[in-house]
Design a protein around this ligand. Sequence first.
Ligand SMILES: Nc1nc(=O)c2c([nH]1)NC[C@@H]1CN(c3ccc(C(=O)N[C@@H](CCC(=O)O)C(=O)O)cc3)C=[N+]21
Length: 298
Amino acid sequence: MGAASSTATVIDGKAIAGTIRAEIKSKVDDLKRRTGRVPGLAVVIVGERKDSQTYVRMKRKACEEVGIASFHCELPGTATEEEILKTVRRFNADANVHGILVQLPLPKGVNEERVLAEISIEKDVDGFHPENIGKLAMKGHEPLFVPCTPKGCIELLKRSGVELSGKNAVVVGRSNIVGMPAAMLLMKENCTVTVVHSKTKDPKRVCREADVIVAACGSAEMVKKDWVKKGAVIIDVGTNGVDDKTKKAGYRLVGDVDYAEVRKVASAITPVPGGVGPMTICMLLSNTLDSGARALEK
Ligand SMILES: Nc1nc(=O)c2c([nH]1)NC[C@@H]1CN(c3ccc(C(=O)N[C@@H](CCC(=O)O)C(=O)O)cc3)C=[N+]21
């Protein structure tokens, strides 16, 4: 048995998401009492990807739990870009819909950027519209919506009492959906931010300088114990399925961090599952509530 003091605090994303969900539910109830209406989220899913269907089911269930109305449009994998755009325009014009989420990835051949740019910026609860992304990157500007996964990472850090101002933060990964916006948000929290990516010369050396690491590279258990400074805080965004015959599903989820080893040196760490994942859905509800309140309280 190792000394108890050398094991990281586990940041319980599932529990924190539960607390935030209860806060959202009471705000939805309140909005309903005052306006007679509730926020609405439209989810567009194209094709039959199993993982996408699972995520969409979880999002619908979460909406139901907090009293947000959910609308659903399921298009076949053969749908054309024009059909997807039409669906987006229909939801843009629907006064009962305050948030629109187009589940990614879209089938090959569909121009994802064009579809995302079609979403009304007032309903862009994913925060993927180029205008919202642009504002996220500009000092002195605030986007209408911040992307859910990076927003969930910051919320986890804040609710765990992690001081961010002046800290060295390293983001591993530079995707549009997570890495890049996470870096922007950490900068807004006055962190000194470094982004590590596939062409970084010595990722281990860079990560070892970090007070906070956000791992979002999409590579199972890439961040090892010797990449982590003693006492660092670790946010693991990865959800990688790895074969495991002992599991009923035939696989288990692991993060982008070697959890079992890294927890021995970190001061705090998020698990996978039960860390960032539940927060992503929670932030989607939060963005939808904000959007609904903005529209209904006019
Ligand atoms: N337009 C769009 N917006 C998204 O936000 C979006 C997307 N497309 N495409 C796919 C990714 C992935 N994503 C996750 C959401 C919840 C969990 C989550 O709750 N995971 C659970 C485990 C779930 C399980 O057991 O499979 C957990 O980590 O505890 C994970 C991943 C949202 N995404």
